[in-house]
Ligand binder design. Structure first.
Ligand code: WTA
Length: 633
């Protein structure tokens, strides 16, 4: 739709890129003109990375749902906005036109208001991948409530941590969810979490599985009762461009997950712009991203980016391997999907089933492929290119982060050159640099450095909820004047970036982020654990897996039982998604004399590379290393 937003050639990309760096205000101001504003901005951007303080489109008023829904109604009201594909292929697909989605969002928004939710209130959403999840997100945005979606695989304790940090007034959930052949309870998790929370006044429960969970009087209510008798007209709350749109919790190198804050105006402009360019979106396209809306990819590239562009977005309830490993390809053929975005871990897990499941589908409709969330290895890239894209479709490798809000480095549809394992080029307006140990910008090609960003972009995080200093320390204090990504990268002669991976204590398991400290804290809550150290190691399907070294309060008599207990502790504290694949009991951890754990050594042990552990003589107890190496798993 927004023809003015779209780059049409690689030459044009280079021109636009140069302009965007020279004159960011001119560049983004022009793009922002394509949206509906209740009031235009006074300034395009004001910023400093010291506090940090970042303001885009200051003085402007808007509501993101007016841009994602209302403005399409006149010309595209009957166009399909959402295609929902159920977990079970035998069940019915649900389709919403823009008009229908608009009506549902407004109706639920009125229901939220009737339950006392107002602008600025925080609402946590813990739901299956069903249309009501998208409706709940947009309904919050409609009335200016701040949504915080919590991935429906987190445990009660993890939910409680997030709800308490956000001081949420409401939780929206369901009785349970379908996941392949399994059904997983959600409401029960919320009940348990709420024993640890005091801020929540209301829980709205969507009846997904007919389980009839116990409902707490004066607190719990059914979704269908909340929307009953509500009008489908709900005025869009006028929001300042810099008002909060949502909080999304993510893991960093320090203990507790932090609430990354995104604001209305900049996030809107940037997610739509990157969606339309990276995927070279056209009005007739059917676009599908397999992420979960519980993560940033789902926020930006299932919900906001596509809807802001008037696109048809597909949402899938299930998993890649149910009922069989051909499920993704079957869905692509069924809905004639034109753009497909998934994670390297999904590709690798499907590769393990051979090729037959993919070769039996035509996949003719596909035009552009994407990968996101972790580095893609060459073998997986080639498999994807050959068997899914049939050597016709470009693969765009989207590098970005929860904190960046939108895609930062990537190929651009079929316009830019491709090189397996290289993410590609910076998006217009993005100024990446590679810094060396001393913080000097590396100019040479093919030298690895710390990936930092030199200037603000519209969808960058503004703060971490309730703790601005944490945001400053985490992202803006490593190198003065730069946003620090935590990733290592290199750049080739042509200016293409290759992301190497995290250089901090963040582990990326199947595209999910965990801090080592977060998992250690979870393990340490087990009463028999004295201390623990967790590292990541390469895993053929998950990308990385978790290896835990654990010191217990006495000799371990039954290893299997003790491991089982530790596994249970992690499931209770975080969720199954953070399970350590390997647990090694040790009598001590390698520490420096000042008490710092030498993770470098543990990482090598986990990787199975113990030939050169470096100098261990300065350790507090060098003998402990011999024991760890001898018993390595
Ligand atoms: C990693 C996901 C290589 C990276 C959108 C980053 C990637 C972290 C890629 C953010 C990619 C994401 N190539 N690595 N295309 N995309 N990463 O916040 O380490 O869940 O810092 O955001 O994932 O993960 P997050």
């Amino acid at each position: 739709m927004n023809a003015n937003l779209q780059i049409k050639s690689f030459e044009e990309y280079k021109e636009k890129y140069a302009k965007s760096i020279e004159d960011p205000a001119g560049f983004w101001g022009e793009i922002a003109e394509e949206f509906v504003w209740q009031k235009k901005w006074d300034t395009v951007v004001e910023w400093n990375f010291d506090e940090p303080k970042i303001e885009w489109f200051k003085g402007a008023k808007l509501n993101i749902t007016e841009n994602a829904l209302d403005r399409h109604l006149e010309k595209r009201g009957n166009k399909i906005a959402l295609i929902w594909e159920p977990n079970d292929p035998k069940e019915n697909v649900i389709r919403f036109t823009y008009q229908e989605l608009h009506n549902r969002v407004c109706q639920f928004a009125n229901g939220l208001k009737a339950k006392g939710i107002q602008k600025g209130d925080r609402v946590c959403i813990y739901m299956p991948m069903i249309p009501e999840l998208m409706i709940a997100v947009l309904a919050c945005a409609r009335i200016g409530a701040i949504h915080s979606v919590i991935f429906a695989g987190f445990s009660a304790t993890a939910v409680a941590d997030r709800v308490n940090d956000a001081q949420a007034k409401m939780i929206i959930t369901a009785d349970g969810l379908n996941r392949g052949a399994k059904q997983i309870p959600l409401k029960r998790v919320i009940d348990e979490a709420l024993e640890l929370c005091t801020s929540v006044e209301t829980v709205i429960v969507h009846d997904c599985l007919g389980w009839m969970p116990t409902m707490v009087e004066d607190r719990d209510c059914w979704w269908h009762d909340v929307v009953k008798d509500q009008s489908i007209v709900c005025p869009a709350e006028p929001m300042d461009a810099e008002d909060m749109l949502f909080i999304l919790y993510t893991s960093g190198s320090t203990g507790k997950p932090k609430g990354v804050v995104h604001t209305c105006g900049g996030y809107m402009v940037y997610t739509a712009y990157t969606f339309q360019n990276v995927y070279q979106y056209e009005a007739s396209d059917i676009y599908w991203c397999t992420a979960d809306i519980g993560w940033i990819t789902g926020h930006s590239y299932i919900v906001y980016g596509p809807l802001l562009s008037g696109a048809t977005t597909v949402m899938f309830e299930g998993i890649p391997t149910y009922p069989d490993p051909g499920r993704f390809w079957q869905i692509i053929d069924k809905h004639s999907v034109t753009q497909f975005l998934t994670a390297p871990t999904a590709i690798r897990s499907l590769m393990a089933f051979g090729e037959d499941h993919v070769l039996s589908y035509s996949l003719d409709s596909l035009k552009v492929l994407g990968t996101v969330g972790e580095p893609i290895n060459e073998e997986a890239w080639k498999w994807y290119y050959l068997h899914v894209g049939k050597e016709r479709c470009p693969i765009t490798d989207n590098w970005w982060q929860t904190e960046t809000g939108g895609i930062m480095i990537s190929g651009i549809g079929n316009l830019s050159p491709m090189k397996p394992t290289y993410a590609g080029y910076p998006m217009p307006g993005i100024h990446p640099v590679l810094l060396d140990q001393e913080g000097k910008e590396i100019q040479e090609a093919n030298v690895e450095g710390y990936l930092c960003i030199k200037a603000p972009w519209p969808s960058m995080l503004r703060t971490t909820y309730g703790d601005h200093e944490r945001c400053r320390i985490n992202y803006f204090s490593h190198y003065k004047g730069y946003y620090f990504t935590g990733d290592g990268a290199k750049r080739d002669e042509d200016g293409m970036y290759r992301i190497i991976g995290r250089i901090d204590d963040v582990i990326n398991v199947s595209g999910h982020r965990f801090g080592t400290a977060e998992i250690e804290n979870a393990i340490n809550t087990n009463s028999h654990v004295i201390e623990s150290a967790v590292v990541g190691y390469p895993h053929p399907v998950k990308g990385q897996s978790i290896y835990a070294f654990v010191v217990m309060d006495g000799a371990v008599e039954d290893e299997a039982m003790s491991k089982g207990e530790i596994v249970e502790t992690v499931v209770a504290e975080i969720g199954k998604i953070a399970l350590p694949e390997k647990i090694q009991f040790v009598t001590g951890l390698p520490k420096t004399r000042s008490g710092k754990i030498m993770r470098r050594i543990l990482r090598k042990v986990a990787e199975g590379d113990t030939s050169n552990l470096g100098d261990t003589s300065t350790l507090l107890d060098p003998l402990v290393v011999d024991e760890i190496v001898a018993n390595a798993l």
